[in-house]
Design a protein around this ligand. Structure first.
Ligand code: NIG
Ligand code: FE
Length: 400
């Protein structure tokens, strides 16, 4: 089946140099032909080829689907009361993770599957066409493996986060828990996971434990990502760089040495976009919003030419949003990003954080994941916060 999206007012391609707007590669008055789930052709609307189906964008903006490269969707229950207490002045410490672990262990496969599917559908309606999903609320061999099995039913981007926190039953012997994670838990999880992640933070895992766990995952072929520098300064970002992580996530409390370490992973090239850092800094402003914490300083990273991604961190504790447009609006209003930088970070940036070149971009051969806005320009995503601006989503070329 072929399909043409016609009468596009503004097409964000993320192919640098292919149009206006620098990295966004904006083209105007164009059409996109989709065949077999891929972009087959982009050209002037006047030359649009015939296709089995036509969608009239009516002059609206069309963008690559959002790439949410950090989410925790496999859990049971919620923590609305914890959120209310925070809004009344309680700090966020991550201590509530164990509450969700208890609820998740008690849930049936069917209950977990229903939550994952509900949140996955909710994200898709808001324009997210790729979403990374972490385990991390099971923390037993069986519960981590089933979390990833269920996540893999809806996404290829699955991440083993057995090292989220040390569960209560191992509180007195964290070394034993690290051995469990590196041994039987990883063995059971790895067949269902593409990535491994560790929450490297005071109160969770220190640098030595995190390094040991991530190295075990790498030895089994998993790519590395790290929850780093969320609640305070720490070794997470530099550890991620040391291990060649695809992404270090949160980056709320950075020293100059952290920023320098990220910048040192930069590879400059003769390509139109000039190059990127191989370790991406993924910023999660939904977490700062929902924990009343200071936002990360995106401007500082961008000025150091570090590649930045935006993601939701969707989870029941620190950031219960699945909305990438909300994260874009926060990044622009609170983190010093321009609307163009935020839109790039939520699409191409997320793709880089997942080391993917087939998504987050619209060019022939890319996956036909695209969104049609109820707006004439990508600027409206930040300009009209809280408004459902995603009119139509195409995922793998299929209208949803
Ligand atoms: O990325 N910081 C660690 N993990 C999650 C929060 C988990 C929770 O509070 O349930 C995060 O923010
Ligand atoms: Fe997270």
């Amino acid at each position: 089946m072929s399909l043409v999206v016609d009468n596009i007012g503004e097409l964000v391609t993320n192919v640098a140099g292919s149009g206006e707007g620098g990295p966004l590669g904006i083209r105007r008055r164009v059409a996109v032909l989709v065949e077999e789930g891929e972009v087959a052709w982009i050209g002037p609307a006047a030359d649009a080829p015939a296709a089995d189906r036509r969608i009239d964008a009516a002059g609206a903006a069309v963008l690559p689907g959002f790439v949410d490269s950090h989410a925790h969707l496999v859990f049971a229950g919620d923590r609305a009361a914890e959120f209310a207490a925070r809004m009344a002045g309680e700090p966020y410490t991550g201590g509530g993770i164990r509450t969700t672990v208890g609820a998740t262990r008690a849930a049936s496969d069917g209950e977990l599957r229903a939550t994952v599917r509900r949140l996955h559908a909710e994200a898709l309606r808001q324009g997210t066409t790729t979403i990374e999903i972490k385990s991390g609320y099971g923390l037993t061999v069986t519960d981590e493996a089933r979390s990833l099995r269920i996540a893999a039913e809806v996404s290829a981007e699955t991440t083993f986060l057995g090292a989220h926190v040390v569960p209560a039953e191992y509180a007195a012997r964290p070394d034993d828990y690290v051995s469990l994670v590196c041994g039987p838990m990883l063995a059971a999880a790895a067949p269902h996971a593409r990535w491994i992640d560790v929450f490297c933070e005071r109160g969770a895992f220190d640098a030595d434990h995190a390094r040991a766990i991530l190295a075990c995952g790498q030895a089994l072929g998993l790519g590395v990502r790290v929850h780093a520098n969320q609640l305070g300064p720490g070794p997470g970002v530099r550890l991620g760089v040391e291990l060649g992580a695809a992404s270090v996530d949160h980056c709320t409390h950075l020293t100059d040495a952290d920023v320098d370490a990220l910048a040192s992973t930069r590879f400059d090239c003769m390509c139109a976009d000039g190059g990127h850092t191989s370790t991406v800094a993924t910023l999660l402003p939904g977490a700062e919003f929902s924990t009343r914490s200071p936002y990360p300083d995106a401007r500082r990273l961008l000025d150091a030419r570090v590649t930045v991604a935006l993601a939701t961190d969707c989870n029941p504790g620190s950031s219960y949003t699945s909305s990438m447009p909300f994260c874009i609006a926060l990044a622009v209003r609170e983190m010093g990003m321009t609307p163009a930088e935020a839109v790039w970070a939520a699409t191409a940036g997320g793709a880089r954080a997942l080391r993917r070149d087939d998504i987050g971009v619209l060019r022939p051969g890319a996956r036909a994941d695209l969104i049609i806005l109820d707006a004439p320009s990508h600027l409206h995503l930040a300009y009209r916060p809280g408004v459902p601006l995603v009119r139509q989503v195409l995922h793998n070329g299929v209208p949803r």
